[in-house]
Design a protein around this ligand. Structure first.
Ligand SMILES: CC(C)(COP(=O)(O)OP(=O)(O)OC[C@H]1O[C@@H](n2cnc3c(N)ncnc32)[C@H](O)[C@@H]1OP(=O)(O)O)[C@@H](O)C(=O)NCCC(=O)NCCS
Length: 163
């Protein structure tokens, strides 16, 4: 492992990180997809909120925000990696950590929405085992469509099936 990697830390994202999170959100998403500060504050403080960040030398390079919904579904609300450090595995790292936390909270089904034109994110989610189940037309405020992608965390071993 290089020194650079050693300095890169994945840890829980807390309310103290609100400003840095909003700043990165604005760098990573078009205005139609940016969350307002009240919503991010709400998620960071929510009992069901599961939020992680990647920092290097106290600078936020990425974050993921998840929420355990009342029905027990794990909702991936937002994932963002700073443009200058993309394609280094950080997005996958955050998604895998989020998934581990969801498992510990007995989540079985994961869901997320992704813009139909966002092929990079879809590629990542597909590699992580999500698949498209529905298209939501005019999901975003600019009229763009979204795919609903889901993933099951149930581990079906051969003994669990009738095959
Ligand atoms: C989508 C995003 C989070 C990916 O983060 P990342 O750190 O660059 O992704 P990773 O390096 O972990 O890549 C994991 C996988 O994503 C896919 N991927 C990443 N960059 C890609 C690119 N430029 N083109 C195609 N696929 C890409 C690949 O499948 C990659 O798998 P690999 O490691 O086998 O090549 C990042 O591009 C981003 O922040 N985009 C803007 C915000 C956004 O769209 N968020 C998702 C909203 S639903």
């Amino acid at each position: 492992m290089t020194t650079k990697q050693l300095e890169t830390i994945l840890q829980p994202m807390l309310i103290e990180d609100l400003e840095a999170c909003l700043e990165l959100d604005q760098r990573c998403f078009p205005p139609s997809e940016v969350y307002d500060s009240d919503m991010v504050r709400y998620l960071l403080l929510h009992q069901g909120g599961v939020c992680y960040k990647i920092d290097r030398s106290d600078k936020m390079l990425g974050f993921v925000i998840g929420l355990v919904q009342e029905d027990g579904t794990g909702h991936v609300i937002s994932l963002a990696i700073a443009p200058e450090v993309r394609s280094r595995g950080y997005g996958r790292w955050l998604m895998e950590r989020l998934e581990s936390s969801f498992r510990l909270r007995n989540v079985i089904t994961l869901r997320l929405e992704v813009r139909t034109t966002n092929k990079q994110a879809q590629h990542l989610y597909t590699k992580l085992g999500y698949f498209i189940v529905e298209r939501f037309t005019r999901y975003y405020s600019d009229g763009g469509d979204a795919y609903l992608m889901i993933k099951s965390l149930l581990d079906l071993s051969p003994e669990d099936t009738d095959i």
